[in-house]
Design a protein around this ligand. Sequence first.
Ligand SMILES: Cc1cc2nc3c(=O)[nH]c(=O)nc-3n(C[C@H](O)[C@H](O)[C@H](O)COP(=O)(O)OP(=O)(O)OC[C@H]3O[C@@H](n4cnc5c(N)ncnc54)[C@H](O)[C@@H]3O)c2cc1C
Length: 480
Amino acid sequence: MIQTTPVVVIGAGPIGLAAAAHLIERDQDVRVLESGISAGAAIAEWGHIKLFSTWRYNIDAASRRLLETPSDSYAGEWEAPRDTRLPTGAELITEYLAPLAAHPRLAPRISYGHRVTRITRVQPHGAGVDKSSSRNRADSLFLVRTETAAGSQDVLARAVIDASGTWRTPNPVGRSGIEALGEVEATTEGFITSPLPDPFGVDAERFAGKTILVLGAGHSAANTLISLGRLRQAHPDTQILWGLRGVANPVRLYGGGAADELPARGQLGTSLRRFVENGDIRILENASVTSLSAGAQLTVEFADRRSLNVDFLVPATGFRPDLAPLAELRLDLDQIVEAPRQLAPLIDPEFHSCGTVTAHGARVLAHPEPDFFVVGMKSYGRAPTFLMATGYEQVRSVAAALAGDHTAADLVELDLPETGVCSTDLGGSCDSPSPSAPASSCEPSNPTTDSCGAPASPARIGFATGTVHGHAELLGGTKE
Ligand SMILES: Cc1cc2nc3c(=O)[nH]c(=O)nc-3n(C[C@H](O)[C@H](O)[C@H](O)COP(=O)(O)OP(=O)(O)OC[C@H]3O[C@@H](n4cnc5c(N)ncnc54)[C@H](O)[C@@H]3O)c2cc1C
């Protein structure tokens, strides 16, 4: 090893593990700190959902080389899944992330049960360097504080790559970006579920016969609502309410149906529409939640003074980055998207479809804080359009930069999936109905084609995601 103080990677998701694989390939010392008990801990919580990008785009190149190369301590028996198959989240873990994390060159470097809570800088001899201290800042180390079962621990690092994702910080249910009154208690009492429960799988029993309010108009909401619709077919006493922040705009809610340029998106919308038109799902317009009171049921109050009682509330309202651990670092974030300033214009869903995201790496991801990078889902801040393929290129470039290979770091290229698989649509501005905004307000900069080589689609029409994740089978597709 060239370095004795490691590069710390926060998070053992697909992008954190890929960052580690690239650093190992470049003979850099690396330590991965993961809050969960195993790799892909966030993905495990939506393991029932089928991805919308095929295996071809879900495997990082350095990780693949690591997994496929036999050595004295490793037989190299891993077989890559078929390129054209769409895995579920659970399969992404069992067929790729778990074998990668178990690789003998990676496994000893991963510390599970280590939740990073703070990051700051210290001089190599131990003196503190807070945010306002500029002297010798670039020569100082990072101090990464983690919470573990054995108490708090400080880990020193020469560089930090934050790949902790956004799954643990969903947007609040309350209006205007802050929690509704009583929201914290409602969560503690178990009335607010995970953003992507499994109503037709492990959650079927607790949801059957109950009244469930789903908030959000994106792809996640659609997946949950369709699952709930199926549950209701088996348990007709189940009541499903779909809360929209604005008024119901059929084009935006259901897409173009059979006329949709992206057939799978059309299928998803058609299926959802059928449940609504059959009366299985009741739409609540202008559902701006002001307060939640937990009792035998959850009482939900809205800004227009309506109120209703539900058994569960599903917050399909998108995600945001947790910036609290980074408070002592010098960041240059876009004020709106909360992504690095140079990256934000490339991904802001108010102005760009997913397809306009260009390849980017260390240079675009850099902050005034030397040797600190946010990568992966978290690098996109509040924008919902992140793809693993984009993150793999990010970390290839960042690893090259940290290894001093600036030529390789600057040579960024991106091979994105084809038509319509460019957006997760997990919230953000494309999740907020905006009936007054014309569809063209979200036109990509190139209105005829996107960088996927497909016809560009305005992100405000229907589900921004082109293909179904989660319910290909449900909608008549196959697993393959
Ligand atoms: C339902 C869904 C479907 C998606 N489908 C696709 C798809 O088909 N194709 C695609 O390319 N992308 C898809 N995405 C988007 C994105 O690629 C994934 O979310 C991907 O998992 C992001 O990888 P990541 O490594 O950045 O973050 P994550 O997978 O979220 O991993 C972050 C890791 O960091 C850990 N962590 C979090 N906080 C801390 C902390 N403070 N300290 C230590 N560890 C921490 C977490 O436990 C987790 O293991 C999807 C996203 C969702 C939610």
